[in-house]
Design a binder for this molecule. Structure first.
Ligand SMILES: [Zn+2]
Length: 309
């Protein structure tokens, strides 16, 4: 069954949101400015009191930088028709969370063989979600501009038969800091294939990605989220360390949830697709607008998945 998300409960007026956002940022700037700059005192000349002015100046310029960045995001948010300015993700965690296979999603000998874990949520208490975009059929320039102007991180999972006509599009994405991950050569139902065939699908894509993007990924997503032990053994054999799937899926006109509570949770991985009007009643920009409006209204920032791996 498809469910349409109710967004109206969290709608707020643009003006209120912008003013509130700046106030919050100013407080954040002072807090982290103190933490960073607390030790920077100017050594006084003999007999002179210690000078405090440079510390204040450093703090002031840090706050100015934050305000400028926020103003740019606020302008971009308005330009792309968002209801609110997307929240900024916290810095990458210094200590990476320990990620194991989700219970019920393990394969035989998962731990003994050290197989890449399949998971739907990253363990974290931070109010962040991770945006992952699959396949690669639609190559929408406006989408690239939108994400770059809003500074929204995401990870792409590419299937070769859909991207091979325009690797350059994904190289542009990569140059914006997006990590390109493995989603097989031809997007088959992997459990229906032999070990050797699965290995060809996954490891063959590793080779192409190394050739086209300069790097073989360590992250892989099985098509449709379907896999068996052979899948994870094959993936491991060619350098895959993680096999994230997803907890929510966004379409241009609705959301779908894995959990019965039909809600977002800290660390959730959200899936959407590189699809446009050929397949959907809307563009990727429309799809991203739906995604961002919802996560921002629920108080979540979008963080970069690979920062947590
Ligand atoms: Zn797919």
């Amino acid at each position: 069954m498809r469910a349409v998300v109710q967004n109206d409960k969290n709608r707020s007026s643009w003006g209120t949101r912008v003013r509130g956002g700046i106030a919050v940022l100013a407080v954040a700037a002072i807090a982290s400015g103190c933490a960073q700059d607390g030790g920077q005192e100017v050594r006084p000349a003999a007999g002179q009191p210690r000078l405090k002015a440079p510390e204040a100046r450093a703090l002031d310029s840090y706050a100015t930088k934050l305000r400028t960045a926020y103003a740019a995001r606020a302008l971009a948010a308005r330009r792309w028709g968002l209801r609110q300015v997307p929240l900024t993700a916290p810095p990458a965690p210094l200590h990476k969370p320990h990620i194991t296979a989700r219970r019920g999603f393990e394969v035989d000998d998962q731990e003994e063989l050290g197989l890449p874990p399949v998971f739907t949520t990253v363990p974290t208490r931070q109010k962040v979600v991770f945006l992952t975009i699959d396949d690669g059929a639609e190559k929408d320039r406006a989408f690239l501009r939108m994400m770059s102007e809003l500074k929204i991180p995401y990870s792409a999972f590419l299937s070769n038969f859909l991207v091979k006509d325009d690797y350059a599009y994904f190289r542009t994405m990569q140059s914006e800091g997006v990590t390109l991950n493995n989603h097989t050569l031809t997007h088959p139902y992997l459990p229906g294939l032999s070990y050797a065939e699965q290995k060809h699908e996954i490891c063959g894509m590793q080779k192409i990605m190394k050739r086209e993007f300069g790097k073989a990924p360590t992250v892989f997503r099985p098509p449709f989220g379907n896999y068996n032990q052979d899948t994870l053994r094959a993936a491991k054999s060619c350098g895959i360390e993680y096999a994230p799937i997803w907890d929510e899926e966004v379409f241009v006109d609705h959301w779908e949830y894995r959990e019965d509570d039909r809600d977002l949770h800290p660390g959730d991985i959200v899936l959407t697709h590189f699809r446009g009007r050929d397949e959907w009643k809307g563009t990727m920009v429309d799809d991203m607008r739906r995604f961002l409006n919802k996560v921002t209204a629920e108080g979540y920032a979008v963080a970069r998945l690979e920062d947590y791996l």
